[in-house]
Write a protein that binds this ligand. Structure first.
Ligand SMILES: [Zn+2]
Length: 444
């Protein structure tokens, strides 16, 4: 009989069981519920007693203890603007106990920068998650190239390097890509067989590698992408060109950098459930959506000390994937993030499009390295201007226009308001590098 291909269980399963003191023969989900309820109550008490911001915010709620997980929905949300305005008041420890401050760019507006504070213990939790997540596809002796910022102690690349060392693998701290030919040479020289990078930078690297006739030869077998969401088109192009298995990670600084990671079944993320409690809410009403429905991802930290967050609204839209994972865990899966609340171009109540729709069309076209999109609302019509960066040869635009009109929301917009799409194409020289930040359609 042919050997059956068995998908290994996500290592998060055993890691979470250990963290919540669950016995292998007990029901992990039941124990996880109990654990999360305990930790949520501990966190609420902790922030109420130690953070001036939450002492004030939870004044009317802290007296009433949680009796079930659903009781958490009585508590108010924490939003991005709260962090911008009151980060220091959110601290639960003295500033001398903080070992890392991350300042996030709030996209060039006049808003204050967003700062997140972490203690050494908070960072240790991240390293522990990274180690477990990486062990999904990293083994002892692997050479792991880290193409994420890693210069500063406590930065994502730095913590990742520590976690990789703990796995007995060899981290190579590279930082984000500044020169594609140089990075390809380093990947070849170091015989890296695992890499961690940013999707839009990795697709540019792959396109260059293909155009350069796969020279010098790379030995990548597994690639983890992180920082921004991964379009399906990019995943399949990376697989096709680099010939490696792609894993996707979902996280943000507010989560303590790490949030969840795919298992070998590649069907959604398993989440860091012993450290973070997730909810999916209706972004308009704030109510929990029915199981399996799409909504905004909200999380509460369960184990953080420096700056815990209660019901933090991420702005990311996703859902819990109904059913169980092929890897055999009973942990749930969060679906891939399709869009962010703020990045949507809303046509009517039900209908919208976002950069991810454009990604699936444009980044699937061989030769396209990157693009940017901007919407201009004019008096009687709408202009969508797309600037495409191609690797070498210009790409025929007619087929691109046709493909873009296959996006239902764009087609509706065309019929409703008179939409003009203007495509400008630029050929990049070999020095072009896509920006590393989160991408979205700009609105003018
Ligand atoms: Zn799984």
């Amino acid at each position: 009989m042919p050997a059956q291909h068995v998908i290994p269980k996500t290592p998060l399963d055993q890691w979470i069981m250990m963290k919540i003191n669950s016995r292998p023969d007990s029901l992990i989900n039941q124990r996880l519920d109990e654990y999360q309820l305990e930790k949520l109550q501990e966190t609420i008490d902790f922030v109420y007693n130690n953070s001036p911001f939450y002492h004030d915010r939870l004044r009317d709620f802290a007296e009433h203890k949680l009796t079930c997980l659903n009781d958490l929905t009585r508590l108010p949300f924490t939003i991005q603007e709260d962090i911008e305005a009151s980060a220091l008041q959110m601290l639960c420890v003295s500033q001398s106990d903080i070992s890392r401050v991350v300042t996030l760019d709030t996209s060039g507006t006049t808003r204050k920068p967003k700062r997140l504070y972490f203690t050494r213990e908070d960072q240790e939790l991240t390293v522990d998650f990274f180690k477990t997540g990486m062990s999904t596809f990293t083994e002892q002796g692997d050479h792991v190239m880290i193409l994420l910022p890693g210069e500063r102690p406590g930065s994502v690349g730095d913590l990742l390097a520590v976690s990789i060392e703990r796995l007995g693998a060899i981290p190579i701290k590279h930082g984000i890509i500044h020169s594609i030919p140089e990075t390809i040479q380093i990947l070849a020289d170091t015989k890296a067989n695992v890499a961690v990078g940013i999707p839009i930078q990795m697709i540019a690297l792959a396109r260059y590698y293909e155009q350069n006739n796969y020279n010098p030869k790379l030995t990548l077998q597994r690639l983890l992408v992180s920082t921004d969401y991964l379009p399906n088109a990019v995943r399949s192009e990376l697989q096709r060109i680099l010939g490696c298995e792609i894993f996707d990670h979902y996280g943000m600084t507010e989560m303590g950098l790490g949030g969840g990671v795919e298992c070998c079944a590649h069907n959604g993320y398993h989440m860091r459930e012993a450290d973070l409690f997730f909810e999916i809410i209706d972004p308009q009403t704030g109510k929990t959506v029915p199981y399996g429905n799409y909504g905004e991802v909200v999380f509460t930290t369960l184990t953080r000390n420096g700056m815990p967050l209660i019901r933090y609204r991420t702005g990311d839209l996703s859902r819990i994937i109904p059913g169980t994972c092929q890897c055999g865990t009973s942990l749930y899966r969060l679906d891939y993030i399709k869009t962010r609340n703020s990045g949507r171009i809303q046509i009517d109540d039900e209908c919208y499009f976002s950069i991810s729709d454009l990604d699936e069309i444009l980044l699937a076209i061989p030769g396209i390295v990157d693009f940017s999109a901007k919407i201009f609302y004019q008096t009687s019509s709408v202009l969508l201007k797309i600037e495409i960066i191609t690797m070498e040869k210009p790409i025929p635009k007619t087929s691109i226009y046709e493909s873009l009109y296959t996006i239902p929301a764009i087609n509706i917009l065309k019929k409703k308001s008179g939409l003009t799409i203007l495509i400008e194409s630029f050929t990049c020289n070999n020095t072009y590098i896509p920006k590393a930040g989160k991408r979205k359609i700009l609105v003018s």
